[in-house]
Design a binder for this molecule. Structure first.
Ligand code: ADE
Ligand code: ZN
Length: 336
């Protein structure tokens, strides 16, 4: 039986970091334009360092590269390149993470970050009909006060954001101190998501649910180690934004063939497939879909379920979700 083209499967991407779409070519082009000195000889030298044995090794390089992003146009060009590529991969709705603290700490104005990213979304909607928006991530290795100050600095622009998120180093950096930040975000009308259960054990996922009151968990793959947690995720209909190629590149899973994604679907967990930091992990969303098809033996019905989960878990209107879900049905129903 022929396999359907995964690129024509309508889907939402719910876990992708704007800064993680920064390709090495753009790193060097922006460094030259903005006069930023880089500790890498050239593009090949930079690329040769894309081999990580854990999350922290990756984050150190990722934050170093963000130094080249300076102006509103830089943020627009970054997101525009990603959205163009996403459209090509059948992504119809995008919820894009960004790390304001990585930029404001260098003196970049948060309005320039927001405006640049929003410029790209407006263009992608006009060009490709892509919907979506921005998720402001606070970094869990920095103090909660810093996160609160960042959130307050954009409180008057809460309408330009979809949600609050939390990322960066996980183990040893508990979520509970950020409870007040998430409560404030909720007061501002934002949805709530957080990275948890990537390197951290199931207690980190429990804390995201109970202390931060998140509606989705980013990664969450270690949840499977705790049957009571799986039961809670299923009962509450919590979407997990899973990133298979990222998990392999950051040594969270030894091999893609051992990835827990099929088990998640079997257990009724609302798993989705996403790219996380595609410029660093060897693949955009379609590469992830094709990799799980090949390495995990997922058939077209399973791939359609993953796409459906991404749409139902999105912070989109009911009408938009219905339209996209109809597209998934049409993909699966099309004669082969
Ligand atoms: N920031 C960018 N990618 C991340 C990841 N995979 N985990 C935590 N923080 C991140
Ligand atoms: Zn991530």
């Amino acid at each position: 039986m022929t396999k359907r083209d995964t690129r024509t499967l309508p889907k939402a991407e719910l876990h992708v970091h704007a800064e993680g779409t920064l390709e090495p070519e753009m790193v060097f082009a922006l460094a030259a334009k903005n006069g930023v000195a880089l500790p890498y000889a050239d593009i090949d030298d930079l690329r040769s360092r894309y081999s990580f044995s854990n999350l922290q090794e990756f984050l150190d390089l990722y934050y170093a590269c963000t130094a080249v992003l300076v102006t509103r146009d830089d943020f627009r060009d970054l997101a525009a390149a990603y959205l163009e590529r996403a459209a090509h991969d059948g992504v119809r709705h995008v919820e894009l993470f960004f790390d304001p603290q990585a930029h404001t700490a260098r003196g970049v104005a948060i309005d320039d970050v927001l405006d640049g990213l929003l410029d790209a979304f407006r263009q992608a909607e006009a060009d490709h009909g892509i919907t979506g928006g921005l998720i402001l991530c606070v970094m869990r290795h920095l103090p909660a006060d810093d996160a609160m100050a960042t959130l307050e600095s954009v409180a008057h622009r809460a309408g330009d954001l979809l949600a609050i998120g939390m990322d960066s180093s996980e183990v040893g950096f508990p979520a509970a101190p950020f409870g007040a930040v998430y409560a404030r975000a909720q007061e501002l009308g934002l949805h709530a998501v957080a990275h948890a259960g990537e390197e951290g054990d199931p207690s980190y996922v429990w804390s995201a649910l109970d202390d931060l009151r998140v509606q989705r968990v980013d990664h969450g793959i270690r949840s499977l180690e705790d049957p009571a947690l799986v039961e809670r995720l299923v009962a509450d209909g919590i979407t997990l934004t899973v990133c298979p190629l990222s998990n392999v590149r950051l040594a969270v899973t030894p091999d893609l063939a051992d990835h827990p994604l099929p088990r998640m679907l079997e257990l009724g967990v609302l798993a989705t497939v996403n790219s996380d930091d595609p410029a660093y992990f060897g693949g955009y969303i379609d590469d992830n879909f094709r990799a799980v098809r090949t390495s995990l033996g997922l058939d077209d019905a399973a791939l359609a379920s993953l796409a459906r989960n991404s749409i139902t878990g999105a912070f989109a209107s009911a009408d938009r979700k219905a339209e996209l879900l109809a597209g998934v049905d049409a993909w699966l129903d099309a004669p082969q």
